[in-house]
Design a protein around this ligand. Structure first.
Ligand SMILES: Nc1ncnc2c1ncn2[C@@H]1O[C@H](COP(=O)(O)OP(=O)(O)O[C@H]2O[C@H](CO)[C@@H](O)[C@H](O)[C@H]2O)[C@@H](O)[C@H]1O
Length: 475
């Protein structure tokens, strides 16, 4: 079948977080399974865009009210990512260094969605499936069904995959005239809580809704930033599919970003060498257990708990541990984390910013990865950690609940229930004791490294959903 993934992010073209990893990998495995898969993302001015060759396959113009935005569709010429990658080039809106965070984000992603559909409309073949990802592409299922100009695309079945239901892309009805014309009888699909809510539109109009883990699907039926009742009402077309990880990109035996490669048979020496490199770079002590955090520094990730939890854990353990943090986000949290350096020099450090290479080295060189998330739709860090022989310490929520089992229950990690400083420190103290029991510690590492979270295993679940909605052929 022919499948389009339309998304705001795709690794390695543009990555802010886990959305990019999923959209960068799932299509490759769907292609390997014999499908024709194309990925469409905006043309930001990223390193990948500058360093690779693209050809123009289409051009046109998007009208948003009184504004006209000329656009081109660029195709990556080599297909080296394992699928066809297309960029929607609208220089006025996307030739910027960041993916998100601009005042005109609503206009940017509206234009992106319309340009993508305009191009698909002009192609000879009509795809079977459009898989949208998060609110940036949430209007597509509505437009495909109801916009007059996309009449020819009505046979396409649409899926919306929810990676993060907190962000919903709301805007006022004063911008409704930006949308291509449709019969106003359908306007109710656009409304949620008196505004136009892109994610809600996608959930209402897509033929299927997927979340990135089964537990997250259960949770958003109870708490979903205002969309709970909507999720309840679409339960019969929803499914939680646990994310996979790209076993080719994330392979400690081949990863070029590591100081030393290793496998399940050589992890002890291999991990120690990576740890030494990290400790040298960040002035930490390689003889002590290393606890790390990688991620966006926001409350949903438990980022606000990190400064106090780090200070308390370091004090309680008489500085017999190392803590290393890589991330960026809330500036207050960033500042607090930077301040801590003065108090715990030699055992604590932080890198504020985004650094893909450093992230790989941290997964390899750490003993534990901390994930104190309040909300975690799936979480990829714990899966990367497991593959790299690093024991995850997680709060039981969302996908973390589905992938990490406490070692007390013969599992692969350490779990706690509350998003609190006390619970994080309790887990760190358990981890310190576990680290001293080398036999048991190594056994848990091996359980983690042997776990198969590859997309190869998971990608069929998406195909099953696609087949189901194609067979049903509902309007
Ligand atoms: N400062 C930094 N430097 C380098 N790398 C960094 C970094 N900060 C984050 N990363 C990387 O970004 C990715 C984060 O992925 P996650 O899935 O954990 O969270 P995210 O909230 O972005 O994704 C959302 O979508 C994904 C995909 O569905 C869900 O797993 C998740 O729960 C949901 O919140 C990982 O590859 C991580 O290594």
């Amino acid at each position: 079948m022919e499948i389009f993934h339309i998304s705001a992010e795709c690794y390695p073209m543009a990555k802010v977080g886990g959305l990019a990893d999923v959209v960068g990998a799932l299509p490759k495995y769907q292609t390997n399974a014999g499908h024709k898969v194309r990925v469409v993302v905006p043309c930001y001015s990223t390193k990948f865009r500058k360093e690779n060759d693209f050809e123009c396959v289409h051009w046109g113009s998007v009208k948003l009210g009184n504004f006209d935005f000329p656009f081109s569709v660029l195709k990556e010429t080599t297909n080296k990512l394992g699928y066809e990658l297309y960029l929607i080039e609208i220089n006025e809106l996307f030739d910027r260094p960041n993916v998100y965070g601009y005042e005109d984000d609503i206009e940017r992603f509206l234009a992106f969605q319309i340009a993508s559909l305009d191009w698909i409309l002009m192609r000879e073949d009509v795809p079977n499936i459009i898989n949208c990802h998060d609110h940036h592409t949430g209007l597509i299922p509505f437009l495909v069904k109801y916009a007059y100009k996309y009449e020819k695309l009505r046979s396409i079945r649409t899926v919306i995959t929810i990676h993060n239901g907190l962000y919903q892309g709301w805007f006022g009805f004063d911008k409704i005239h930006y949308l291509p014309e449709f019969d106003l009888i359908h306007v109710g699909f656009l409304e949620w809580n008196n505004s136009l809510n892109s994610l809600a539109v996608g959930i209402k109009c897509a033929h299927a809704v997927t979340t990135v883990s089964p537990s997250y699907l259960n949770e958003i039926n109870i708490a979903a930033n205002g969309l709970e009742t909507l999720f309840n009402s679409v339960r019969n077309k929803s499914k939680g599919i646990l994310n996979g990880i790209d076993f080719e990109v994330w392979d400690p035996s081949k990863d070029q970003m590591l100081a030393h490669n290793y496998s399940i048979d050589t992890f002890e020496i291999g991990k120690q060498k990576n740890k030494e490199k990290l400790c040298e770079e960040f002035e930490l002590d390689p003889t002590k257990p290393l606890f790390s955090f990688i991620g966006r520094l926001f409350e949903e990730k438990g980022g606000d708990l990190l400064p106090q939890a780090s200070a308390l854990a370091l004090s309680e353990n008489f500085e017999n541990i190392n803590i290393l943090i890589l991330g960026s986000g809330n500036s207050v949290i960033e500042e607090q984390l930077v301040q801590l350096r003065n108090d715990y020099k030699g055992n604590y450090n932080v890198f504020i910013g985004y650094n893909e290479e450093l992230a790989h080295l941290i997964y390899a060189g750490s003993d534990y990865i901390l994930m104190p998330s309040r909300v975690e739709p799936c979480g990829l860090n714990q899966m990367y950690a497991l593959r790299y022989g690093t024991v995850p310490i997680v709060r039981r929520t969302g996908g973390l609940r589905d992938t990490v089992i406490d070692f007390g229950d013969n599992g692969n990690g350490i779990c706690h229930d509350q998003a609190s400083v006390g619970d994080i420190c309790y887990s760190i103290n358990r981890a310190v004791r576990l680290y001293e029991d080398k036999l048991n510690f190594n056994k848990i590492i091996k359980i983690g490294m042997a776990t198969d979270h590859s997309w190869e295993r998971v990608c069929q679940e998406y195909i099953e959903i696609y087949n189901l909605i194609i067979e049903k052929n509902e309007v």
